[in-house]
Design a binder for this molecule. Structure first.
Ligand code: MN
Length: 726
């Protein structure tokens, strides 16, 4: 049975020693408050409960944390175990203390045990993420250390589970925070319960060899101390046996017995300055033979957890090797208490705000060129801001990106769970499937066989790539037809938006190249991909945009060069249809545009119509003037007249004239005399005593047409003749 007075006295002394100038009245108020709140509770050994917060606060003070943290430690179990509230603590002791207590409470409530090896790193991350304030982590480690020190009062089951948790979570965290002393103690106590046989074996070996060990260490200590004082170097030398768990680990990893194990002795030389460190190293290497390859300079390159020292292993008397660590007092502080040691150098009183962590930033900055990334990932408390850690109802941890929803959670479990998701419970309560999950949330997915599968909206709601990919896969498989329609619409929309001709996708010359670039066998496949979200229309068009423009440019160039050359030489030896040869197309429907009715001898160009083959226009036809526009260009093809085959071509002339009786007859007579086959003549009166005739007839070529035109112009009252332009 422990007494309040003993623990209170010890805590009081430690606080006064480690944190001189602390407002002890405030500490006392917190002690009294906690004592009152816990007054009906007992520790497992029957001691008053208050000794636990007192002991925790003492450890926190030893770490060198500030007064707020000491208060936080004194009150750390109040919210969890008594009727104290956040608001009350905040009112009595300030918001910072209240936040620390609340942070510790959250960690106490979370279940960090019973997880597989692979999940450990995530558990540790969650632990850090949930803490928000690094002092919370340290109070929690102090809390755990005291509970470990009093572990003998727990049931064997509890001992095992708590010790595992300590090895899995607390010792690695202490290591990461650079708190070696605490880490060793946590490890040694854990080993004592987890492998009592080995622990006892190592202890009894050490005690059996105690005399020899001490004699050895004394000799070495003397050797070093004498040399250094002779050289005028002010130093303190400590010899020690490495801690039990580190010996245990050496034995198990190297498969050796204690007798075979060397390197269990460690010496520390603590000096005043960094130059002294290197001087000491020289003297140690002069006194003893160094083991090659064992020298490490953690002064010039600190470890990620801020640890600095020179390490070397040398061979002592009787050929026994031992390690020497050389460091300054500052480095020593950091080595023992890690991150906490830096509270001592803080300026002014902290208010728990950003400012308090100024030094973290400074440290980060000063270590930029060494191990910065490693350092950040091991130390920075908000580095898990982009992650959230959740649990299945069975306690499996599921790490998700920050802002993740039950949809992400479901797909993280299995795509089958996601696809049959109909609802979700978070911490036992039904909640929306698009609500953001928090660290430590226990998520239960409600599924149904009748579920219709994911909705397209989910793609915008979910935060994880995993969920997005799986949802897309579902759409890909389940809804191909629908996807093609959706996808085609968005692709065509995007093509129009950027002014590219849709016809290019059916251009037999360009299409295969485009599909290859896009990575699909058919356009349907690609539309389907856009439809299920595997590809965006913008991205698809972006991928082929350059190729399309290049193809269009090329086609335009060909067109132009074709127009500048003689038709016959440009496209020779091809089959003609209706007296026209279409370049690169051996047989296709050819028709002559009604608007300009070209005849052999006219410069012509072909337009690929939708479903009616190639329509042949005159080059000067107004309808052919848009052929340079990017969205039209690919549909214009080079055509030329085939070698003369006495074949008639229909054409149209428009005749302007002054209205008079008999003029139509005059025209008809002239045509008949010239043996022209007239298909149709229409006349139309215009205002102002004028008329216009349209004559549709057949000619062999442009020569014949010109002759007819001249004859017509000889008829009285005809004022002008144009090629038909409907
Ligand atoms: Mn506690």
């Amino acid at each position: 049975m422990e007494s309040f007075a003993k623990y209170y006295g010890s805590m009081y002394q430690t606080v006064s020693r480690c944190l001189p100038g602390t407002d002890m009245e405030r500490i006392d108020r917190a002690v009294e408050y906690a004592r009152e709140k816990h007054k009906d509770q007992k520790r497992k050994d029957g001691s008053p409960y208050i000794i636990h917060p007192l002991a925790t606060a003492e450890i926190v003070a030893e770490m060198g944390l500030d007064a707020d943290a000491i208060l936080g430690a004194l009150l750390h179990d109040c919210i969890e175990d008594t009727d104290a509230s956040f608001d009350e603590i905040s009112k009595l002791f300030g918001p910072t203390t209240a936040q620390l207590v609340e942070g510790v409470t959250k960690l106490t409530r979370a279940n960090f045990s019973s997880s597989e090896e692979a999940q450990m790193e995530n558990l540790r991350k969650m632990f850090m993420a949930m803490s928000k304030d690094i002092r919370v982590v340290m109070i929690k480690i102090a809390d755990r250390l005291h509970n470990m020190r009093t572990m003998q009062y727990q049931t064997p089951e509890k001992q095992i589970s708590k010790c595992r948790e300590t090895m899995d979570i607390y010792a690695p965290l202490a290591h990461r925070l650079g708190m070696q002393k605490l880490k060793w103690e946590l490890e040694d106590i854990s080993l004592q319960y987890l492998d009592p046989g080995s622990y006892g074996e190592i202890l009894s070996y050490l005690s059996a060899h105690k005399e020899k060990d001490e004699a050895f260490m004394h000799t070495i200590d003397q050797n070093i101390s004498q040399r250094l004082s002779a050289m005028g170097i002010h130093s303190t030398v400590y010899g020690r046996i490495k801690h039990v768990y580190s010996i245990y680990r050496k034995m198990t990893t190297q498969g050796k017995t204690m007798d075979e194990l060397y390197d269990i002795y460690a010496f520390r030389v603590v000096v005043d300055t960094i130059p002294d460190c290197y001087n000491v190293l020289g003297h140690v290497h002069d006194l003893f033979n160094p083991v090659p390859g064992r020298f490490k300079d953690y002064i010039s390159t600190p470890k990620p957890n801020m640890y600095q020292s020179l390490h070397t292993t040398v061979i002592g008397t009787q050929g026994i090797p031992f390690e020497v660590q050389i460091r300054t007092w500052d480095m020593h502080e950091t080595a023992e208490y890690g991150i906490a040691a830096h509270w001592k150098y803080k300026q002014g009183a902290g208010d728990g705000s950003e400012k308090d962590f100024e030094w973290v930033r400074r440290l980060l900055e000063s270590q930029q060129d060494t191990d910065a990334e490693d350092y950040v990932s091991s130390m920075k408390i908000d580095m898990f801001d982009d992650e959230v850690f959740t649990f299945t109802p069975k306690g499996k941890i599921v790490p998700l990106p920050a802002g993740a929803t039950p949809i992400d959670f479901a797909y993280a479990i299995h795509s089958g769970v996601g696809n049959s998701l109909v609802g979700a419970k978070v911490n036992g309560r039904i909640c929306n499937i698009d609500s953001a999950l928090q660290n430590g949330d226990i998520v239960e997915i409600i599924t149904s066989k009748a579920a219709k599968g994911p909705s397209r909206d989910w793609l915008n709601i979910c935060q994880s790539n995993q969920a997005r990919t799986k949802i897309k896969q579902w759409f890909k498989k389940e809804k191909r037809d629908e996807n093609i329609v959706h996808g085609r619409a968005s692709f065509e929309g995007e093509m129009r938006r950027v002014g590219l001709p849709l016809s290019i996708t059916v251009d037999p010359e360009v299409s295969p190249q485009l599909l290859k670039k896009l990575g699909f066998d058919t356009w349907e496949d690609m539309y389907a991909a856009i439809g299920y979200g595997g590809l965006t229309a913008v991205k698809a068009v972006g991928k082929v945009r350059d190729d399309i423009n290049r193809a269009l440019k090329l086609q335009n160039q060909e067109q132009r060069s074709f127009l500048n050359t003689k038709p016959d030489t440009a496209v020779k030896g091809r089959h003609s249809v209706n007296g026209v040869i279409v370049e690169d197309i051996d047989s296709c429907m050819i028709k002559f545009a009604k608007c300009c009715t070209p005849v052999p001898g006219d410069g012509i160009i072909g337009f690929i119509t939708k479903g009616f083959g190639v329509s042949v226009h005159r080059i000067d036809c107004p309808n052919a003037q848009n052929r340079d526009e990017p969205h039209q260009a690919p549909r214009w093809v080079r055509v030329c007249w085939a070698d003369a085959e006495d074949q008639p071509f229909e054409t149209t002339l428009e005749i302007d004239c002054i209205t008079r009786d008999g003029l139509l007859l005059d025209v008809a007579t002239m045509m008949t005399t010239a043996r022209v086959r007239v298909k149709e003549i229409n006349g139309k009166d215009l205002p102002g005593g004028r008329s216009v005739f349209t004559v549709r007839f057949e000619v062999k070529d442009l020569g014949e047409l010109d002759a007819i035109r001249n004859k017509l112009l000889n008829i009285r009252d005809i004022t002008g003749i144009r090629r038909g332009q409907n």
